[in-house]
Design a protein around this ligand. Sequence first.
Ligand code: IDP
Ligand code: MG
Length: 141
Amino acid sequence: MEQTFVMIKPDGVQHGLVGTIIQRFENKRLRLVRAELRQLTVEQAKEHYRDLATKPFFNDLIAFITSGEVMAMVWEGPHAIKAARSLIGATNPLESPTGTIRGDFALELDSNIIHGSDSLESAEREIQLFFPNLHPAKSVS
Ligand code: IDP
Ligand code: MG
């Protein structure tokens, strides 16, 4: 059993896609473990996207992801990380096939509706960042 972090970005929330997206994940037989509407701080956004800090679009990405509420979620199931990425589609919506969330609901790279963890390592890091009480970090004392 695997868990992954999925986040509907401000454009997806504003366009009323929360229900549709949750339905697609449920149809795939993934199980919703946590969900919360959140307004991210700039600090949280920078930590979430820290691997992209050197990219030229980083500041725009942080401004966009903090521009409105996001729906932060944890989904669980066998191969949940890969299954979620498959439902989400390619980073560039124009290269994401119809039938994927980005292929169906997005047009532009910088507003592509939804985030999903890309590896076990990032899933664990992102779940810990957004829902630290789900798997409390072990005390090092
Ligand atoms: P992913 O969301 O498919 O995992 P990443 O490469 O991790 O793609 O990039 C994170 C987010 O940064 C993307 O979802 C997209 O919103 C934004 N992004 C990625 N590449 C570009 C770019 O070249 N221009 C503008 N925004 C980008
Ligand atoms: Mg990514």
